[in-house]
Design a binder for this molecule. Structure first.
Ligand SMILES: NC(=O)c1ccc[n+]([C@@H]2O[C@H](COP(=O)([O-])OP(=O)(O)OC[C@H]3O[C@@H](n4cnc5c(N)ncnc54)[C@H](OP(=O)(O)O)[C@@H]3O)[C@@H](O)[C@H]2O)c1
Length: 233
């Protein structure tokens, strides 16, 4: 297997800069730093991280095809056309669709699933509600993460046990997501708060190391987190 050399598209941005800093901290070589103005290569890239914008995708796909690099696609807004292009690239190389890098969200989704399984034999089952908070700059409401949490619960319980999903806009970066399970006389809450990109970038570096163990294909990031963190590889 060739040496692990990371390329970063969006290298001058917030996420890209944090990725480069974490690569330096973990001793991972960065062989490409790309932005709108230049693609500066200093080594043969084996894993490309795209942390830029939707319109960079054609150049990203072309680069992966040229050098045979795996791709971790971190851009949050993924259109149907982008998904089609990524799936097509996945016929030739490994592509991780990492539109939500939050390891905490992965944990919270799995905890909701666990509660759903544990309460299955209760005489009375809890009602679950979701509350999310983002700063006023957040456009969509409720957030995709809040919808995912509500969907996981809705998949296993009848409509009367699905409480409301509420959104609050205000406060500091980045987000809070709280799920609350209510039964008469008791309430259980699981809250996930994010204040910066630190854990997203730690998760991303774990993906960078793991991606070369996967066969070509398009993989959702949550499936890859499940493989990595459940099995410890
Ligand atoms: N998956 C996740 O969990 C997660 C977490 C955080 C952010 N994101 C996503 O990551 C992306 C970057 O976020 P950010 O906050 O770091 O944004 P940002 O600070 O605005 O940085 C954007 C970066 O992308 C570059 N860029 C933009 N268009 C490009 C193009 N056509 N070709 C090459 N480079 C291009 C910019 O280069 P210039 O300096 O030349 O403008 C800059 O380096 C966004 O899509 C965001 O939604 C995802």
């Amino acid at each position: 297997m060739p040496d692990l050399v990371v390329g970063v598209v969006g290298a001058t941005g917030r996420l890209g800069s944090a990725v480069r800093a974490e690569c330096a901290r973990q001793g991972v070589q960065v062989g490409l730093a790309a932005s709108r103005t230049e693609w500066r290569a200093t080594g043969r890239v084996s894993v490309l991280v795209d942390a830029s914008a939707p319109d960079a995708l054609p150049a990203t796909v072309k680069y992966c095809e040229q050098v045979g690099a795996a791709l971790i696609y971190c851009v949050s807004r993924v259109t149907d056309e982008s998904r089609r292009q990524l799936a097509e690239l996945g016929d030739r190389t490994t592509v991780i669709l990492a539109d939500n890098l939050s390891v905490g969200h992965w944990l919270q989704v799995n905890l909701v699933r666990t509660v759903a399984n544990l309460v299955r034999s209760f005489r009375q089952q809890p009602q679950m509600a979701v509350r999310e908070r983002h700063p006023v700059t957040k456009k969509d409401s409720p957030s995709a993460s809040a919808r995912a949490l509500a969907d996981v619960w809705a998949a296993t319980c009848p409509p009367e046990l699905r409480g409301a999903t509420t959104s609050q806009r205000g406060g500091p970066p980045v987000s809070d997501h709280e799920v609350t399970f209510d039964l008469p006389g008791m309430s259980l809450s699981i809250k996930h708060s994010v204040t910066d990109l630190h854990m997203a970038v730690i998760g991303l570096l774990d993906l960078v190391r793991h991606v070369r163990q996967l066969s070509p294909g398009l993989y959702p990031v949550f499936d890859v987190y499940s493989r990595m963190y459940r099995h410890g590889t």
